[in-house]
Ligand binder design. Structure first.
Ligand SMILES: Nc1ncnc2c1ncn2[C@@H]1O[C@H](COP(=O)(O)OP(=O)(O)O)[C@@H](O)[C@H]1O
Ligand SMILES: [Mg+2]
Length: 294
C-alpha cells in the first residue's frame, strides 16, 4: 500500500480493537466512517484522537437542525457585496471575494490532508446526508458564481457521527464504513475514567461505577447518565471528599448524573425499595425540594 496512514490510538482515548480496525478500513478504502452510538460513547473525541494519532489537522463541522449541505461547500455573501457597492471602496466585480468556503470547502482546499469531522449528522433534516453524497464521493464541487471548481488537493479522512435514534438514508449508508460504538462496559469505563483522572482513589471509582451502572439499569429512565456525567460525578465525589462506602447508599450529588425531574423521583423510589435509614430519608426530602426548584 502506498498510503501508510495507520490509526494506532492515543493515550487519552480508549479504543477497542474493532473500532481501531473500522477507522483503518475507512482510511484504506477512502470511505467516510460513520460512527453511531448513544451520547457519551466517545464519538466526537474519536475524531480528535484519529487526527492526533495520524498527525493531521482536524476540521470540525457541527451540524445543527438548520444546517444545509450547501453550507459545507460555500456561501455567497451577497449582503456584504451589496454593502461594499454602497459604502465600500472594494472592487465588487470580483465575486471571488464574496465566496466563503464552508467546512467541506476548507477541507478540500487544505494544503495538507486533514481529518474532517461531520458531527451529529442526524440533527439535520433527512435530505442532508443525501445532498452531501455526491461531493463526498467525487471530492469536488462547482461554484457557478465564479465558474470555479473546488477539488480536493488531498482526500480528507471523513468521520461522521450520529446519535443512535435516527435512521439514515440507505444510499448514504452504502457509501460509508459503519461502526456502532457500544456503551462501554464497567471494565472499559474504568479505563476511561482513569484516562481523565489518573489519581482517582480505586475504591471510590469502583463504588461510583457500581452506582452508575445500577442507575443506568433502572427501567424507564428518560435520560440515562452517560460518560460525561460520570466523569463529572467522579470528580464531584473526589472533591467533595465522599467516603466510598457511602456512594451506593446515598448517591451524593445525584444532580450531576440525572437531569430530569422524573428520573430523580424514579431513582429515589428505587433507593427506597432497597431500604433507607432515617438520615437518608431526610436527604431524600431535601433532594425532592431541590429538584422541584428546577
Ligand atoms: N473511549 C474513550 N476514551 C477516553 N475518553 C472518553 C472515551 N469515550 C468517551 N470519553 C469521554 O466522555 C466524554 C463524552 O465523549 P464524546 O466524544 O463527547 O461523546 P459523544 O460524541 O459520543 O456524545 C468526553 O469527555 C470524552 O473525553
Ligand atoms: Mg458528540
Amino acid at each position: 500500500m502506498s498510503n501508510q496512514l495507520i490509526f494506532k490510538g492515543t493515550e487519552d482515548y480508549i479504543v477497542s480493537d474493532d473500532l481501531r480496525n473500522s477507522v483503518n478500513i475507512s482510511v484504506a478504502l477512502s470511505r467516510p466512517l460513520l460512527i453511531k452510538g448513544e451520547p457519551g460513547t466517545g464519538k466526537t473525541v474519536l475524531a480528535e484522537s484519529v487526527a492526533r494519532s495520524l498527525g493531521l489537522k482536524l476540521i470540525v463541522w457541527n451540524i445543527k437542525s438548520t444546517t444545509k449541505a450547501q453550507d459545507g461547500l460555500y456561501v455567497y455573501d451577497t449582503v456584504q457585496r451589496l454593502y461594499d457597492s454602497q459604502f465600500g471602496d472594494h472592487d465588487v466585480s470580483d465575486i471571488k471575494r464574496y465566496i466563503k468556503l464552508g467546512k467541506l470547502g476548507e477541507a478540500f482546499t487544505s494544503e495538507e490532508r486533514v481529518v474532517l469531522l461531520i458531527d451529529e449528522i442526524d440533527k439535520a433534516d433527512l435530505e442532508f446526508p443525501n445532498d452531501l453524497l455526491w461531493e463526498l464521493d467525487v471530492m469536488n464541487f462547482y461554484i457557478p458564481e465564479t465558474g470555479e471548481t473546488i477539488s480536493a488537493k488531498h482526500r480528507p479522512i471523513v468521520i461522521i457521527t450520529s446519535n443512535a435514534e435516527k435512521e439514515l438514508p440507505d444510499a448514504f449508508l452504502r457509501r460509508c464504513v459503519f461502526h456502532y460504538i457500544d456503551f462501554p462496559n464497567e471494565e472499559m469505563m474504568e479505563e476511561i475514567v482513569y484516562v481523565h483522572f489518573p489519581d482517582i482513589q480505586k475504591k471510590l471509582l469502583h463504588e461510583a461505577l457500581k452506582a452508575f451502572y445500577w442507575l443506568r439499569s433502572i427501567p424507564g429512565l428518560q435520560k440515562k447518565p452517560s460518560t460525561s456525567e460520570l466523569l463529572d460525578w467522579v470528580q464531584a465525589l473526589a472533591v467533595g471528599g465522599i467516603a466510598p462506602e457511602n456512594i451506593t447508599k446515598e448517591l451524593p450529588f445525584l444532580g450531576t448524573l440525572l437531569k430530569k425531574n422524573q428520573d430523580f423521583d424514579l431513582t429515589l423510589r428505587q433507593l427506597h425499595s432497597r431500604g433507607m435509614d432515617g438520615r437518608e430519608r431526610e436527604k431524600d426530602k431535601y433532594f425532592r425540594s431541590v429538584m422541584r426548584g428546577y
